[in-house]
Design a protein around this ligand. Structure first.
Ligand code: SF4
Length: 303
């Protein structure tokens, strides 16, 4: 069988090892070298071009149904759960803990829960929601497992590497939020990021207040493609006396966007994290769809 392997950035280092394993089984194997950050971004075009019958996508579980044969290999990672002990003192005043993690550590949730319960905690796992399919799982863009239990918990605990995933959840919750990185054996309270995000949002809207020409970003990635939203935004912006164009791409190259000097501001319809995490890579403001609507509302009130 012709197979295309796809790895997120952190797992690309193992590409040759898996390619050799599949070749030894008799498959003809190709490896996608394109960037990918989630199962929202399957290399379907590349697979079709190669005539591959299947994509083996590592590092994520299914995001949504696609009309192509995809095998998901979520790639479990056994992080050191004993690092949990380092935060017992930090969370001692909280009784009900909302525990969240990524798909890589879902298999470790029962043991983490048991350790917390031994400390007298009540552990609450949010229900699967939207694109995240498992209890307690969060994605960078799907934090339902945290948001749905916000009222029930005294604090949140994220277990996993880096801040990309927990920051999405922090912005959508109101309770104290601690992130434990078992790979670095470090923890951090993330609550101050809520205020920083609010400030960033206000700043972007204010910088766009006199913008007249808007570029609306639409990606062709399977799970991020939202042309309908882009069309609604274009029509709303134009009704409000602006010029707007829909800009189609794949993984957006910020240098290319910066070359589009006519635009005063950009509006994102692709991965929602672009409008929070990548704003510094553009010279012009990069608004989310909601921020663009808010901008028009502010202008109509002050007109
Ligand atoms: S955060 Fe962005 S890259 Fe990650 S799964 Fe969601 S849309 Fe995809």
């Amino acid at each position: 069988m012709k197979v295309l392997l796809q790895f997120p950035e952190g797992l690309k280092q193992y590409a040759l090892k898996y390619a050799k394993e599949l070749e030894a089984r008799g498959d003809e194997v190709f490896v996608s070298a394109s960037p990918t950050f989630g199962a929202c971004d399957l290399a379907i075009d590349e697979a079709k071009k190669l005539g591959a019958e299947k994509i083996v996508h590592f590092g994520h579980n299914e995001f949504h149904h696609v009309d192509f044969n995809v095998e998901y290999v979520p790639y479990q990672i056994d992080a050191d759960i004993n690092t949990l002990k380092s935060i017992f003192e930090e969370i001692k005043q909280y009784k009900k803990i909302g525990l969240v993690t990524t798909v890589q550590h879902m298999h470790q949730l029962p043991e983490l829960k048991r350790m917390l319960e031994e400390q007298g905690k009540e552990v609450i796992l949010g229900k699967p929601y939207g694109f995240a399919k498992l209890q307690g799982q969060i994605l960078g863009c799907d934090i339902g497992s945290a948001a749905t239990i916000n009222k029930q918990v005294d604090c949140f605990l994220y277990f996993g590497g880096g801040l990309f995933h927990p920051l999405g959840a922090v912005y959508s919750t109101t309770k104290p939020f601690i992130a434990l990185d078992p790979f670095q054996n470090k923890w951090l309270w993330l609550d101050s990021y809520r205020m920083m995000q609010e400030k960033q949002k206000r700043g972007k809207i204010m910088r766009s207040i006199y913008a007249k020409k808007f570029g609306i970003l639409v990606t062709k990635k399977n799970g991020q493609y939202n042309l309908n939203l882009a069309k609604v935004l274009k029509s709303q912006l134009e009704k409000n006396g602006n010029d707007a164009a829909i800009l189609i791409g794949d993984t957006f190259d910020f240098d290319s966007l910066n070359n589009m000097l006519e635009f005063d501001a950009f509006v994102n319809t692709a991965c929602p994290r672009l409008a929070t995490d990548d704003v510094d890579r553009l010279r012009k403001p990069l608004l989310s769809a909601n921020e663009a609507m808010e901008l028009m509302q502010i202008r109509s009130v002050s007109a």
